[in-house]
Write a protein that binds this ligand. Structure first.
Ligand SMILES: [Zn+2]
Length: 134
């Protein structure tokens, strides 16, 4: 398996999960993972530990991408519009954008539960995607 971005997500027996970081001083959770300093302006923490983020969340916003993104993105020929969703993760509350697999904007509504899955980009590498919650 080739991942579109190494270190941002993993696939194991439970399925796909996003890899974030949590500040050991204040507990602030980040995605994508980061090192060196805490993004919380009220915290001087500098130690971030890797955490597996909750695999479920609720739709915060969504849209469709009717035009292919610019290079270096490799679009399928002919281009197929993609559905994108910003999903607020359960428990940690941060919002993570991703393509939606198997659903269109006609199927989505704000507040709907989605679950993390994965799928291939047009040129092959896997990326995280949002899918219908099981
Ligand atoms: Zn912190």
């Amino acid at each position: 398996m080739t991942f579109a971005i190494e270190g941002w997500f993993a696939i194991d027996g439970d399925g796909a999960c996003l890899l974030g970081t949590r500040c050991t001083a204040c507990g602030t959770v980040c995605f994508p993972p980061r090192q060196g300093f805490c993004p919380n302006p009220a915290c001087e923490g500098s130690e971030m530990e890797e955490v597996r983020l909750p695999r479920r969340g609720r739709v915060w916003s969504y849209t469709n991408a009717c035009y292919p993104p610019p290079a270096p993105y490799v679009a399928a020929e002919p281009y197929e519009p993609a559905t994108l969703a910003a999903v607020q993760l359960d428990e940690v509350g941060i919002v993570v954008l991703g393509q939606v697999r198997g659903l269109t904007v006609a199927d989505l509504e704000v507040g709907m539960k989605l679950e993390l899955t994965s799928g291939p980009l047009a040129d092959g590498p896997l990326v995280w995607m949002w899918g219908r919650a099981s």
